[in-house]
Each structure stands twice: as C-alpha cells, then as structure tokens.
Design a binder for this molecule. Sequence first.
Ligand code: GLU
Length: 297
Amino acid sequence: MNGWLYRGRFAPSPTGSLHFGSLVAAVGSYVDAHAHGGSWLLRIEDLDPPRETPGAADDILHALESCGLLWDETVVYQSQRLEAYHAALGQLLLDGHVFPCACTRKEIADSVLEPDKTPVYPGTCRDGLPPGRTTRAYRLRISDETFVFDDRIQGRVRQELAKDVGDFIVQRGDGCIAYQLAVVVDDAWQGVTDIVRGADLLDSTPRQLYLQRLLNVPTPRYAHLPLALNGQREKLSKQTLAPPITAYKEAVYEALTFLGHQPPISMRGAAPAELLAWAIANWDPAQIGKEHEVAVL
Ligand code: GLU
C-alpha cells in the first residue's frame, strides 16, 4: 500500500508464557505490518509487578523468535519509562483533567446497583477529597460524550464513557501507572500508526482515544482481532490455564488459520518464516472473522 507509513507493535504483558491467544495477536500484528511494508515493534508491558511472572518476558521473546516473529528496533520495557508516564500524569493534573481519589475498591463496589457489572465510578472525589480522607489513586475526569471510532475489523464502535466506565484510574493506589495511560504515552512516543490486538481491548479503546486527545497526540488506526476462546468459551490466559506454545510451526499454522488465512495444506510442517511469508503475500484483513472463536488446540 503506497505512501501509508505504517508502524505496528505487539505489546504483551509478561504475566506468563506466550499462549495461543497472545500468539494470534502477535501473528496478526506482524503480518499486517509487513503486508503494508511497515515495521513491527515489540514492547514489554511490565508495569504491574504483582501480576508478573519472573522470566516471562524472556520466555515471550524466545517464543516469538522461535515463531519467526522478529521485531524491528530495540525492545521497549515499560518499567524503564516511568518518567514519561509521570510527566504525562503531571500535565493532565496541571490541566485539571486528573483528580486525586480516596475511595477504596469496596466503597466503589458498594455503590453499584447491578452487582455483576464492573462498577462505574460514582464520582465521590470528583470535586475534592471528602474531609479527613487521603489520596489513594488518581482518576481521569471523563466528559459526557459518545466516543465513536471505525475499527478495521469490528466496524463502527461506540461507547459512552461517562455511562459505561466513569472517571477511570490513571495511577493506582499502589503507585502503579495504569495501562490506559502508559499505552497511550508509549504508542505516541514510538510513533505507532496501527494497533492490531485482541478484541478484549476493544472497550479500552475509547479511553485511549480520550487520553490521546487530552495529551495532544495522534490517534492510530485500530484493528481488533477475534479472541481465541477455550472449550468453556473463556479467553485464553494464564488464569484459564492456557498452555504455553511449544510446537512453533504448528502454532503459527493454526494462528494463521484462526485469522482466516490457512496456508495450503502442502505447507503444513513448513518453517514459521515460510508460513509468515505466505501470509504476508496473501494477506486480506477482510478474511479475518469478527466473532470470538473457539480455538481448536
Ligand atoms: N499489554 C496488553 C495485554 O497483554 C496489551 C496492550 C495493547 O495491545 O494495547 O493485554
């Protein structure tokens, strides 16, 4: 595609080894980047030590290499980028978009009328901390508008942030910078033009669009891939005990098949790099399903 500057990325959190669900996001973002003559960057999102597994980042790097998914440029580690996140947070505070919040998780959960729903922040500290309370977290003040964007795979997506999410956390009570803020700062800093990732992040995108506007950085194009589910229709993850990838050739073949690009049967057993080259030459995002699918593993 001529003249379309393309910088894509894969941004795994090192909570465990690469499993089929994360491989699908890696393969989808890699092939899309290369099919557009773009570059593909790797960022390890190691901002949440309590959820991380020692050695997982190196395991992921090794599995990606074994799958022929070679990244361009130096790997970025979010744990090395704290200064940039604090600078962005400072700017948002100064501009009055962020406010300190004293509420505990329990206080927010108690305010919810429908217990099964993720609690929407009730606005308790929006206009100042209640007397005698101290700051725990920092939240972003949400505007009352409908966010709309056109996803390359999922089509038009709308969300009313005020109703569906509320003022959301940008720095947690334990001091960790929230994913939503870090991802926006880094995608802008790395000049990412195209985000291809799992559809579990579809409903985070409007929060990211809003942060991009407030931080005055460009909005990338988005393509949210169908999610791989297990037999119980759960997202594959460490929590649902998704097995790590070990049979690399087979896994790449299956990931491409899952994304609507099954290589010819004669290529079964081919090296991952050959499978990826075939996919780059035959890439047509219209072939990617929208729906979440059960992965046959
Ligand atoms: N680190 C996030 C995850 O592993 C993905 C972030 C993104 O692609 O925006 O779920």
